[in-house]
Design a protein around this ligand. Structure first.
Ligand code: ARG
Length: 568
């Protein structure tokens, strides 16, 4: 990785320049321009101490370093205030081959957050309701950030903050007791629960008395009625069963379920704490924390009837995450429509003296899907369900395979991997803060910027290795140095930095874009160079490069939660 080159170089040049190697390490960067080598050292900050213009300093350093000769460096060149370092193809190849060989499964991993805990709230659906396309984003962006955090050394707590409390469960219980026997809960439990829920609301429109009875049932649930508690627990278990099926298709596994109801008995303390700190004010019978000075509407803490609110629970939950789960970084992967909510929650916590709310809690927000021309049949109203989207993608891929490659083994498994992978990748290749234009042709385009394109390139690399009896070899005496090969090597070297950056911004699209670029570089190379032809040592070395490419695509996709099929 490039950081290894950086470390080696700063060690080498520090004594020659009479500088601290740490200071050099901190300022070594990637040159802005292609052709300027692999690393650049800006000398501007030295102008003051050396009392010379930066270009002059760079020129003097250039002479000094070229005279001394640096191991692995082909050329040092001064360009205005920068020193550019161009490494030899041999050095670069050695570095890539040996690193890739030794880090299978942990490519590009760093230890920079070792011994730190990240808690991340993601997916977090609402019991008895199917996950929607909005939850798709909260799920796949969340899982990608989980995986990215692990590459940076974090211990990750994946938290499912299940929406499992509220008056709707009284209503649902009412409906369940009345009509439950008419539904089959064994096949698609969430679907049945949702139908009950919809039916209740339809009937309640005509007969408002139902709402009153539903609310009464919720009151009984709150008071601990054993029968209602049992029914409510069933709703949760049935829902989790349904969600688990989807989560496993998407490669998601939470470490912890702490739903909204988990905080029921902790809310009183939260309200008291806010009161003790003088933050609560009455407003039309409700208790609020005013946030006018912060330019926000007041944060509602309890309603007139004393009931708590979404924000109250989130305040309790944040304290729990930071103090009981020993969290160092606390993330919420939730849509942009809840931005105000999180700003209010974090601000109330900060005002209550929890300093961590200022810099350790982040709302990782995301935009919405836009469907443009595309119509998707919906089961109810305008809501698009996550499961329907996955199934449709898998179906469309199955059709394509039937047309293009009908004799391939394991067609249904391939369709699942490619269909689901296409949906995940399409989501993650977009900067999360933007809205996503959803277009089926693009999602499944094997030749465009898509998941299937990256998967296909990985499969192609793999089949190249299978096609020959020759083995990839790291030390064959050959140094690959065509412009295409050098570009691939350089791109590979920046894989570790890409993971870092994608994590630091909580932006998986940085990694997705990197993988797309790598595919393009490989496909250009593949079009130009007959990889398996010619001198045996050449072929073995090229195969080694192909192997590194395959590994990077496979592990990079893995970080995004996308699998690679054996064939396509
Ligand atoms: N259950 C909510 C929803 O489906 C998301 C919960 C987000 N997390 C939180 N701590 N508020 O919209």
């Amino acid at each position: 990785m490039i950081d290894q080159l950086r470390a080696q170089l700063s060690q080498q040049i520090a004594p020659l320049l009479n500088m601290d190697s740490k200071a050099i390490l901190a300022s070594l960067e990637s040159p802005k321009q292609a052709g300027h080598g692999e690393l650049a050292f800006p000398v501007f900050s030295l102008a003051k101490t050396l009392k010379k213009a930066p270009p002059l300093i760079a020129k003097e350093f250039e002479e000094k370093l070229n005279q001394a000769g640096l191991e692995g460096v082909e050329k040092v060149q001064a360009v205005s205030g920068f020193l550019n370092f161009k490494f030899s193809p041999e050095k670069i190849q050695d570095m890539v081959f040996s690193e890739w060989n030794s880090s299978e499964g942990r490519l590009g991993f760093s230890k920079r957050f070792e011994n730190q805990v990240m808690t991340i709230d993601y997916s977090s659906p609402n019991v008895a309701k199917p996950m929607t396309i909005g939850h798709l984003r909260a799920t796949v962006i969340g899982q990608a950030i989980v995986n990215l955090a692990k590459t940076q050394g974090y211990t990750v707590q994946g938290l499912n903050y299940l929406g499992d409390w509220g008056v709707q469960f009284g209503k649902l219980a009412w409906a369940y007791k009345k009509w439950g026997s008419e539904y089959d809960f064994s096949k698609d439990p969430i679907d049945s629960l949702f139908k009950l829920y919809v039916r209740f609301h339809k009937e309640a429109e005509e007969n408002p008395q139902l709402d009153v009875e539903g609310s009464l049932m919720f009151k009984r649930l709150e008071e601990g009625d054993p029968e209602l508690e049992r029914i409510w627990k069933d709703f949760i278990a049935l829902s989790l069963e349904g969600y688990d099926k989807l989560w496993s298709r998407l490669g998601v596994k939470h470490t912890l379920v702490r739903g909204e109801s988990y905080y029921n008995d902790k809310l009183k303390d939260v309200v008291q704490m806010l009161r003790d700190k003088g933050l609560l004010e009455e407003s039309e019978g409700a208790q609020v924390v005013r946030l006018e000075e912060e330019g926000m509407p007041p944060c509602l803490i309890t309603k007139q009837d004393g009931a708590s609110l979404y924000a109250t629970r989130d305040i309790a939950s944040a304290i729990d995450r930071m103090e009981n789960l020993n969290t160092d970084l606390n993330l919420y992967v939730v849509g942009a429509e809840q931005t105000l909510h999180f700003r209010q929650v974090f601000k109330v916590l900060e005002r209550a003296g929890y300093d961590w709310a200022k810099d350790k809690c982040h709302h990782v927000s995301f935009g919405m899907y836009r469907f443009g021309e595309f119509k998707m049949s919906t089961r109810k109203g305008n809501v698009i369900f996550l499961e329907d989207v996955l199934n449709k993608a898998v179906e469309m891929v199955a059709k394509q395979i039937e047309e293009k490659n009908p004799n391939v083994d394991g067609k249904s498994e391939i369709s699942e991997i490619v269909g689901v992978g296409a949906i995940i990748f399409n989501d993650l290749m977009n900067d999360r803060v933007k809205n996503v234009e959803f277009n089926w042709d693009k999602v499944l385009d094997f030749n465009g910027d898509s998941g299937p394109y990256v998967q296909y390139t990985a499969v192609r690399c793999n089949s190249l290795m299978q096609k020959t009896a020759a083995n990839p070899k790291a030390h064959s005496g050959v140094v690959l140095n065509s412009p295409e090969e050098m570009e691939i090597f350089r791109h590979l070297l920046s894989y570790g930095d890409t993971l870092k950056k994608a994590f630091d911004y909580f932006k998986p699209h940085i990694l997705a874009g990197y993988l797309l670029d790598l595919c393009k570089l490989f496909n250009q190379y593949y079009a130009k160079q007959r990889i398996l032809e010619g001198d045996a040592a050449q072929v073995e070395t090229r195969l080694m490069l192909v192997k590194c490419l395959h590994q990077t695509l496979k592990e990079g996709l893995g970080v995004l939660g996308v699998k690679v099929p054996k064939a396509m």
